[in-house]
Design a protein around this ligand. Sequence first.
Ligand code: F3S
Ligand code: F3S
Length: 109
Amino acid sequence: MAYVIAEPCIDIKDKACVDECPVDCIYEGPRMLYIQPDECVDCDACVPVCPVTAIFSDEDLPGEWKQFAAVNAEWFSDAVTGLGSPGGAAQAGPQDKDHTVVAEWPAVA
Ligand code: F3S
Ligand code: F3S
């Protein structure tokens, strides 16, 4: 199990979650943030601080956002950022690519 950031984060990027994560596993893309599933320790600390309720455990993801479990995981793969499991978002810094699903997500008017 891991925690997953879903659609409500897109173009909001409040980042309150980043300060709560004890293992610094929430990484920044241009339109949203992504949780590294192998680094997440399932502590739940990030969930209550997100003002738009974007974070869920993967088993609790609402149906329309199920694809975001793969979106978070795949963002770290060679197909997108190639970050893998770098062990800390602060050191990795913001990345210049989103997952395709996120990049193509319609902007809220
Ligand atoms: Fe996004 Fe919520 Fe974190 S808007 S950056 S998941 S606090
Ligand atoms: Fe980090 Fe815990 Fe959330 S490890 S991503 S604060 S569930």
